[in-house]
Design a protein around this ligand. Structure first.
Ligand SMILES: *Cc1c(COP(=O)(O)O)cnc(C)c1O
Length: 352
């Protein structure tokens, strides 16, 4: 029950909510309207494509409570577009933008008591698309499920509000390959990072930086977040390619840095050497927001940034972004969507 939640001590662990959503489609590829049902286990064939061959993608987005008690989502149309791209890459029938947004909004409405009070976290919404039909030979599944659930969450890395995190560069493992699936949120990408991440945690690090798999020189991601650094008042971030997930947070930070802070932003192949020489580093994502990187260890050497405290540009970007997401400061780019002002989308929007 929502009233039993200890809001002050939320982490990124699952706290189930009241209602989830399930829709299915078969090979005709027409999605049904779907149903809002009590949160709980679902039934799947042991031969489901998602279980045997990893045919699945997911999304993650957050609803925040504003100072005047409204509930707002942040750029859900961006997640909808990316969800479509992931579906197509894994041969799954995409969800229309309107069905995605209507469902995400309704899931937040249905679970509104689970949106934490301002400053204590957010309601994390997790849309999933799975090959739920049975297959034995390796093939696309004959049936698909679109499932959306939600959980209230606090800080991703635990601890206080904005604490610098120690990162280790993964030298024994890469995350993704050229022409692979690194740029979609397909479930198989994540299990493969568990081992390097748990090895790093065993050595006292909180995260892993992944380099490109060809030259092992260029930074691709910081765990499940995008990487940024600041050098001489310029913001640098890896230029997108098919190994890098195109984060909604990443794009928003680039926009805020340029348009609000007047920073020069360079999207470039960003070598680990350049990052080790930077003034500040941070990573970004829906889950991690803006998380400062206190140090990076590479080839046995630790580089500490800003005496392991939060750098000034990192702090500014964090406050700007989270302020807009929480409705605490003005939203000049119309990025937020009030779930109670929302009018159900009936027309098909332009689709990716
Ligand atoms: C989801 C994700 C991100 C962040 O994307 P957002 O849209 O900002 O949440 C970055 N990297 C990886 C690998 C991810 O899975």
């Amino acid at each position: 029950m929502a009233k039993d939640i200890d809001w002050k001590n939320l982490t990124f662990r699952l706290t189930p909510t009241q209602t989830m959503y399930v829709a299915k489609t078969n090979l005709s590829h027409e999605w049904e309207e779907g149903q809002y049902i009590p949160y709980g286990p679902i039934s799947l064939s042991p031969a489901a494509g998602v279980l045997n061959y990893g045919q699945g993608v997911y999304e993650g987005l957050k609803a925040h409570r504003t100072p005047d008690g409204r509930i707002i989502l942040f750029r859900p149309e961006k997640n909808a577009e990316r969800f479509q791209q992931g579906a197509k890459r894994l041969c799954m029938p995409p969800i229309s933008i309107k069905q995605f947004i209507n469902t995400v909004v309704q899931i937040v409405q249905e679970n509104r008591e689970y949106v934490p009070p301002l400053g204590m976290g957010s309601l994390y919404v997790r849309p999933c698309l799975w090959g739920s039909g049975a297959v034995l030979g390796m093939a696309a599944a004959p049936e698909y499920s679109f499932v959306v659930y939600a959980s209230p969450v606090g800080n991703y890395f635990g601890g206080g509000k904005i604490v610098p995190v120690k990162f280790l560069v993964s030298e024994a493992y890469n995350r993704s390959v050229r022409k692979g699936t690194g740029n979609i949120k397909c479930i198989g990408n994540y299990a493969a990072t568990l081992l390097p991440t748990s090895l790093a945690k065993g050595e006292g690090y909180m995260g892993t930086i992944f380099l490109d798999a060809i030259e092992e020189t260029y930074i691709e991601e910081a765990g499940v977040a995008n990487f940024f650094c600041i050098k001489n008042n310029k913001l640098l971030t890896p230029k997108l390619n098919e190994c890098i997930l195109s984060g909604v947070t990443r794009e928003s930070i680039i926009h805020l840095a340029r348009e609000v802070l007047g920073l020069e932003v360079l999207e470039i192949p960003l070598s680990i050497k350049t990052a080790l020489d930077a003034d500040e580093c941070f990573c970004s994502g829906t889950a991690t927001v803006v998380t400062p990187i206190g140090s990076i260890t590479y080839q046995g050497q630790e580089k500490v940034y800003n005496e392991a405290s939060v750098g000034p540009w990192t702090q500014k970007l964090y406050e700007l972004l989270l302020g807009i997401q929480q409705g605490v400061i003005e939203d000049p780019f119309k990025w937020t969507m009030d779930i109670d002002q929302f009018q159900e989308i009936t027309a098909d929007l332009v689709e990716a």
